[in-house]
Design a protein around this ligand. Structure first.
Ligand SMILES: Nc1ncnc2c1ncn2[C@@H]1O[C@H](COP(=O)(O)OP(=O)(O)OP(=O)(O)O)[C@@H](O)[C@H]1O
Length: 346
């Protein structure tokens, strides 16, 4: 089996040894609309077959960046390339990208296949070829049973699937999806995201996914770029970003441990004697549970013998206190996002 070089994320824009050539590279993108800078030097890259979550609070510069990368807007300075094509040639770039804008409108009177054939022809395919490609795409997005149905009869979820099929008509190297799950129910969201991830892998395309729903980014994306006030404030794989920020911001985590109700006081005494434990709080509304603050296993201040949950569990077992439940709270992407974007936007 060929080695999977996709695991070598490279959002910083520099070449990693053995990494595949990025499908998208943005170099020092800046944009001013007049009043003040909206983008202040954005650099990142995306490897083929990977999904990049593009995050930021309102006004951070996401739309501006996506508009630049999809050639709808020119940067004030900086440049980018898609599959080796320079942004100096926007016409060529347009042939290499697919876009699902937020709130895409559809003609209600045409069928899905007519819609896709129309766009296939715009990209220079023959009618027969456009139909073959269209049918394959409808199958890819799970719409093979609605080939000849009028778009006017489609649910929002079906329209989003059709929009993604449209974005793939030209076999793009990079696909931009702006809030693709907005307005979908939880099942629709999960299914659409799983489909996006599969499509990225199967087609070896890069996907840039902008969303405000951090749990979905955390679940589906390989890489993440967090923007704040026109700057990249975090970049890397989702795991790297949460881990790195965790180190920088605090070295403590909490665990919830459940013991028999009559053992709570004894457990608290035992736990407080464990090296690394900084606090124990019985949960009064949920008797039997204790919240235990302890040194983060990855934290720089944790001594090797204090790391992880093992000393905590060992101490309870040694004291003959049964452990009925255990939950370890790690930091989530949501926590990192809120901390890194807390400063007021100028
Ligand atoms: N056409 C424009 N003219 C002037 N300023 C603009 C224009 N478009 C965006 N801006 C400004 O540029 C900055 C970045 O805006 P942008 O729309 O790119 O942010 P965003 O991250 O997409 O925000 P949101 O999540 O609210 O869509 C903001 O300060 C915004 O006010």
């Amino acid at each position: 089996m060929a080695p999977d070089t996709r695991s070598q994320a490279n959002p910083s824009g520099s070449e990693l040894p053995g990494a595949r050539a990025p499908v998208l590279t943005a170099r020092n993108l800046c944009k001013s609309y007049g009043a003040g800078p909206a983008l202040r030097g954005l650099t990142f890259s995306l490897q083929p077959g990977r999904v990049l979550g593009f995050l930021g609070p309102n006004g951070a510069g996401k739309t501006t960046t996506i508009r630049i990368l999809t050639t709808m807007l020119e940067p004030t300075s900086g440049d980018f390339s898609v599959a080796g094509v320079s942004s100096k040639d926007p016409k060529k770039i347009r042939r290499k990208i697919g876009v699902l804008p937020e709130g895409l409108g559809f003609p209600n009177g045409v069928t899905s296949i007519e819609y896709l054939v129309y766009f296939g022809r715009l990209f220079g395919r023959s009618a027969a070829e456009a139909r073959t490609v269209g049918l394959a795409l409808l199958k890819d997005v799970g719409m093979q049973n609605r080939v000849d149905s009028a778009i006017g009869t489609f649910s929002h979820g079906m329209r989003q699937r059709l929009g993604i099929a449209r974005a793939l008509v030209n076999d793009p190297a990079v696909v931009f999806l702006d809030e693709p799950t907005l307005g979908l129910d939880p099942r629709g969201q999960t299914e659409l995201l799983a489909m996006i991830r599969r499509i990225a892998r199967e087609r070896d395309a890069g996907v840039v996914l902008s969303s405000h729903l951090l749990p979905e980014i955390e679940n589906i994306c390989d890489d993440v770029v967090i923007l704040n006030a026109g700057r990249v404030v975090a970049e890397g794989t989702v795991a790297e970003v949460t881990r790195r920020a965790k180190r920088a911001l605090d070295n403590r985590v909490a665990a919830r441990i459940r013991v028999p109700k009559d053992a709570v006081a004894g457990a608290a005494t035992v736990l407080l004697s464990v090296p690394g434990v900084t606090g124990v709080m019985p949960n009064e509304t949920d008797p039997g549970w204790l919240v235990v603050d302890h040194a983060d296993p990855d934290g720089a201040d944790a001594r090797p013998e204090d790391r992880g949950m093992n000393p905590i569990l060992t101490a309870l077992i040694a004291a003959d206190i049964p452990i009925i439940g255990l939950e370890v709270e790690g930091r989530r992407l949501q926590d990192v996002f809120l901390e890194l974007t807390a400063e007021a936007i100028e």
